[in-house]
Design a protein around this ligand. Sequence first.
Ligand code: SF4
Ligand code: SF4
Length: 97
Amino acid sequence: MAVDKKPQKEVKITLNGVEFVVPPGGKVKDAAAAAGIEIPALKVDQSTCKGCQMCTKVCETGAISGNKKEPHAIDQEKCVRCGECLAKCKTGSIVPA
Ligand code: SF4
Ligand code: SF4
């Protein structure tokens, strides 16, 4: 069975003041589009990122880098704005750039 990297629980995300819900197994980009939101360029808030690396595990383009327990960063050249990292970050450290 293939490894499913998508969130298995409903996840609430707030972007630019608009909240939307990603259903279990759903794509962040699709849920955002249904709410009328386009995923913007994203960055990591260096002051709140715990370096847990949950976001790096779901980023299929390898756009997020950083050492464990240290603030991470998003490479804008590699990011395709899928938004999947938003669903994984428990500290809300991934924010519009
Ligand atoms: S939006 Fe997608 S491609 Fe960009 S950093 Fe997040 S998971 Fe990676
Ligand atoms: S999931 Fe959030 S707290 Fe964890 S490394 Fe990524 S940006 Fe930092």
